[in-house]
Design a binder for this molecule. Structure first.
Ligand code: HEC
Ligand code: HEC
Length: 192
């Protein structure tokens, strides 16, 4: 008897949940709540190894999620996480985060490196990382005010070949010295 009741309660519970799901698909804000623990409320990350998503280019977020899901882009946690979502979810979350205000960070950055990076960025990176990194052309990520340790980790992954660099970006990155690249990352992290 007990078992039967429990089965009934379970079945109606499931029915109620699926009816709810049909009535209201999860909103972009609800979906994005699952990201707040690491990327911060509204996409402003509090941790230096975690990128901010606020104001990130919509295409860049969708592309990143697809690459995490397929395993093409290396990840500590995002690969596993991305598998739980559909392309439609990626678009909804990307729309939500791209509309949030840029998360302006205050980081300890090197003034001389910022100045050097500023002089290098336009001719080397500005074709895609436009407006001093505040905008991204097509699927190019926004880098303005991004955490420096995150940017450094990504550059290291590109250079080791673990993360695949777009060919046209590689053409620009390869001739630069390690010090030049470091200066460029300080510059982008400094942009407010
Ligand atoms: C447990 C912490 C954690 C959670 C939760 C999390 N992320 Fe991430 N996210 C990371 C880390 C760490 C990285 C850097 C890549 C890696 O190591 O996995 C990252 C990277 C990203 C990037 C790449 C950004 C760029 O500039 O290239 C995107 C996009 C992203 N996450 C989206 C999301 C979305 C959307 C959610 C919610 C569904 C989410 N993340 C939930 C930790 C997290
Ligand atoms: C031809 C366009 C192009 C050029 C030029 C370019 N990039 Fe990129 N950059 C991209 C794209 C597209 C991505 C995302 C690609 C991916 O999926 O990994 C990216 C990603 C990055 C990232 C990772 C950001 C993140 O949020 O994960 C860094 C760091 C970066 N670029 C630095 C540079 C620097 C420094 C230069 C100049 C020396 C440069 N890029 C030149 C297109 C470009």
């Amino acid at each position: 008897m007990m078992m039967k009741w429990r089965g009934w309660a379970l079945a109606t519970g499931v029915l109620a949940i699926s009816a709810l799901a049909q009535a209201a698909p999860p909103s972009a804000a609800m979906l994005s709540n699952a990201c707040a623990g690491c990327h911060g409320t509204n996409g402003g990350s509090a941790g230096p190894s975690m990128p901010s998503l606020a104001s990130q280019s919509k295409e860049a977020i969708v592309e990143a999620m697809k690459k995490f899901k397929s395993g093409e882009r290396p990840a500590t946690v995002m690969g596993r996480l991305a598998k739980g979502y559909s392309d439609a979810d990626f678009t909804a979350m990307a729309e939500f985060f791209s509309k949030q205000k840029l998360h302006v960070t205050s980081q300890a950055l090197d003034k001389a490196k910022i100045a050097k990076g500023a002089s290098l960025q336009d001719s080397n990176c500005g074709r895609c990382h436009i407006e001093d990194g505040k905008e991204g052309k097509d699927d190019t990520p926004v880098m303005a005010s991004q955490w420096l340790p995150y940017l450094q980790m990504q550059m290291a992954e590109y250079q080791s070949g673990k993360r695949k660099m777009p060919e046209k970006m590689a053409e620009k990155v390869k001739p630069l010295s390690g010090a030049d690249l470091e200066a460029l990352l300080h510059f982008y992290a400094s942009v407010k």
